[in-house]
Ligand binder design. Structure first.
Ligand code: NDP
Length: 460
C-alpha cells in the first residue's frame, strides 16, 4: 500500500469530517425515517474517497443539497368502495432531484408506504437514473392503498381520486411516473386515462410502463427483470461463471421476479424457488413459470395455489427461510430489507456464488458486508435493476418521436445499457480504491454524474 502524503492525509480527514457532519445533520432532521437513513448511510460510506479528491463538491454543499428533496407532496385520497363506504388513503410524491432531467420514478401502492419509504426510494432513484446515462431526474410516489382484495372498480375509483390530486404535479417535461409494487398495467391504464381526461387531450409522455397497445414501449414490462440478469451475467462472466446449469432462488413473484426468472431460465438456469408476501414455493426440478404467471397475473391469487397444479412442489408459509435453500445465485426481487445478515450467513454457508438485487435495497447493510467479506459477487440494486427505468426513458423518447421500436431493438439497447452500467461501476470502483466493489462503484459513478450537473447548475 502506498503511503499517503501529509496533504493527502489532510484531504482524507476533511472528507471524513464532511461526510460525518452531513450524516449527523440528516439524522437530526429525519430521526424517524429508518429506510431513508439506511439508504443515505450506504451512499455516504462510498463517497469519502470522492470528496478527498474533489473538494469542490464539499464547497458546493452537494451532500447537504442532495439529501433534501426538491419537494415532498402528501395528500388525502378519498374514494368509495363497492359497499358505498367512504375510504381514505394517503398519497405521496417525492420529487427529489431534476438536475439531469424531469423527475422520474415509479408509484407504489402498498399498506407499508410512508414518508421514509418514499424518500429512500426517490433518493436511490437519483443515482440509478444517473447510471442509465439517460436524461432523467429522480422521484418516487405512491399510497398506503392496498390493491389486494379490491375489485377492478374499486381500484379504478381509487386511482382516479389519486390522479385528481397528482395531476397538478406531473407532466411529460416535469415529472413522469411509472409502476412499482402494486402498480402494474391495470393501475397505470386507469391513471393515464384519468390524466388525459383532466388534461383534455392526449399526453403520451406523462407515464411510462403503459400497455404497448396504447403508447407503451415493447419490452418495458420485462426490462427490470431481464436487465437484472444481463447485469449479473456480466458480473459472472468476469469471474468465469454463468447462469447455465446454475441453481437460482428468486424472491417475489411480481413484475421484476417473473422476468428475472424467465431470463435466467432462458440462459440455462434452474429456478428452484420463488415467493409472495405470504410464503414461498420450492421445487428441486425447477419452477414452472407459466403456472406462476397464471396464478399471480391472471387469477391474482396467492403463490400457495401453485402446489394444487404441481403437487410435487413444496409450499412454506413465511418468507425469511427462502434464503436457506442452497443455490448458486440468489436474486432478491420482492421488497426492501428482505435479506438479513442471518439470511446472508445461510446463503454463504450453502455456497452461494452471486447475489443480484432486483428489488430496491432488499439486502441490509450487514448482509451486504457479510456477502462481500466472504467473496460472494454482489450486484447492487441501483445498478442491477436500472434496466426498468432505462427502458422507461426509451419509452419517453419513442413517445416524443411518435414511433415505436421493436422488441428486439429495445432488448438490444437494454443489453447495451446494462453492459455500460456494469463497466462504469467497475471503473469507478477501481479508480477510487475499491476494486471489485460494485456497491461503491455504482454509488460513485451515479454520484459523479449528478454532482457535476449540480455544480454546473449553480446553488439552488
Ligand atoms: P410487484 O408488485 O409486481 O411484485 C412484488 C412482489 O414482491 C410480489 O410477489 C409481492 O407479493 C412481493 N412482496 C411485496 N411486499 C412484500 C413483503 N413485504 N414481503 C415479502 N414479499 C413481498 O412489484 P415489482 O416486481 O414491480 O417490484 C419489486 C421490487 O422491485 C420493489 O422493490 C421495486 O421497488 C423494485 N423495482 C421495480 C421496478 C419495476 O420496473 N417494476 C424497477 C426497479 C425496481 P404479494 O403478491 O403477496 O404482494
Amino acid at each position: 500500500m502506498t503511503k499517503l502524503t501529509p496533504m493527502e492525509q489532510e484531504q482524507r480527514k476533511q472528507a471524513n469530517d464532511y461526510v460525518h457532519k452531513v450524516y449527523a445533520l440528516v439524522k437530526q432532521r429525519n430521526p424517524e425515517e429508518q429506510e431513508f437513513l439506511q439508504a443515505t448511510r450506504e451512499i455516504f460510506d462510498s463517497l469519502r474517497p470522492v470528496f478527498a479528491q474533489h473538494p469542490e463538491y464539499m464547497e458546493n454543499g452537494i451532500l447537504e443539497r442532495l439529501t433534501e428533496p426538491d419537494r415532498t407532496i402528501s395528500f388525502r385520497v378519498a374514494w368509495e368502495d363497492d359497499k358505498g363506504r367512504v375510504r381514505v388513503n394517503r398519497g405521496f410524491r417525492v420529487q427529489f432531484n431534476s438536475d439531469l432531467g424531469p423527475y422520474k420514478g415509479g408509484l407504489r401502492f402498498h399498506p407499508s408506504v410512508n414518508n421514509s419509504i418514499m424518500k429512500f426510494l426517490a433518493f436511490e432513484q437519483i443515482f440509478k437514473n444517473a447510471l442509465t446515462g439517460q436524461p432523467i431526474g429522480a422521484g418516487k410516489g405512491g399510497s398506503d392503498f392496498d390493491p389486494k382484495g379490491k375489485s377492478d372498480r374499486e381500484v379504478m375509483r381509487f386511482t382516479q381520486s389519486f390522479m385528481t390530486e397528482l395531476y397538478k404535479h406531473i407532466g411529460p417535461n416535469t415529472d413522469v411516473p411509472a409502476g412499482d409494487i402494486g402498480v402494474g398495467a391495470r393501475e397505470i391504464g386507469y391513471m393515464f386515462g384519468h390524466y388525459n381526461r383532466m388534461f383534455g387531450g392526449y399526453q403520451a409522455g406523462v407515464f411510462t410502463g403503459k400497455d404497448p397497445a396504447h403508447g407503451g414501449s415493447l419490452g418495458r414490462t420485462e426490462a427490470t427483470g431481464h436487465g437484472l440478469v444481463y447485469f449479473v451475467s456480466e458480473m459472472l462472466k468476469d469471474a468465469d461463471l454463468d447462469f447455465k446449469d446454475s441453481r437460482v432462488v428468486v424472491s417475489g413473484s411480481g413484475n421484476v421476479s417473473t422476468y428475472a426468472m424467465s431470463k435466467a431460465m432462458e440462459l440455462g438456469a434452474t429456478v428452484v424457488a420463488c415467493s409472495d408476501s405470504s410464503g414461498y414455493i420450492y421445487d428441486e426440478r425447477g419452477i414452472d413459470l407459466e403456472t406462476v404467471k397464471r396464478i399471480k397475473q391472471v387469477e391474482r391469487k396467492r403463490i400457495k395455489e401453485y402446489t394444487k397444479y404441481h403437487p410435487e412442489a413444496t409450499y412454506v408459509e413465511g418468507c425469511a427461510h427462502i434464503w436457506e435453500i442452497p443455490c448458486d445465485i440468489a436474486l432478491p426481487c420482492a421488497t426492501q430489507n428482505e435479506l438479513s445478515k442471518q439470511s446472508a450467513e445461510a446463503l454463504v454457508a450453502n455456497g452461494v456464488k452471486a447475489v443480484g438485487e432486483g428489488a430496491n435495497m432488499p439486502c441490509s447493510i450487514e448482509a451486504i458486508h457479510h456477502l462481500q467479506k466472504n467473496g460472494v459477487l454482489f450486484a447492487p440494486a441501483k445498478a442491477a435493476n436500472a434496466g426498468g427505468v432505462a427502458v422507461s426513458a426509451m419509452e419517453m423518447s419513442q413517445n416524443s418521436m411518435r414511433l415505436s421500436w421493436t422488441t428486439e431493438e429495445v432488448d438490444e439497447r437494454l443489453q447495451d445499457v446494462m453492459k455500460t452500467i456494469y463497466t462504469n461501476c467497475v471503473e469507478a470502483a477501481d479508480r477510487y480504491g475499491s476494486p471489485n466493489n460494485l456497491v461503491k462503484g455504482a454509488n460513485i459513478a451515479g454520484f459523479l454524474k449528478v454532482a457535476n450537473a449540480m455544480v454546473a447548475h449553480g446553488i439552488h
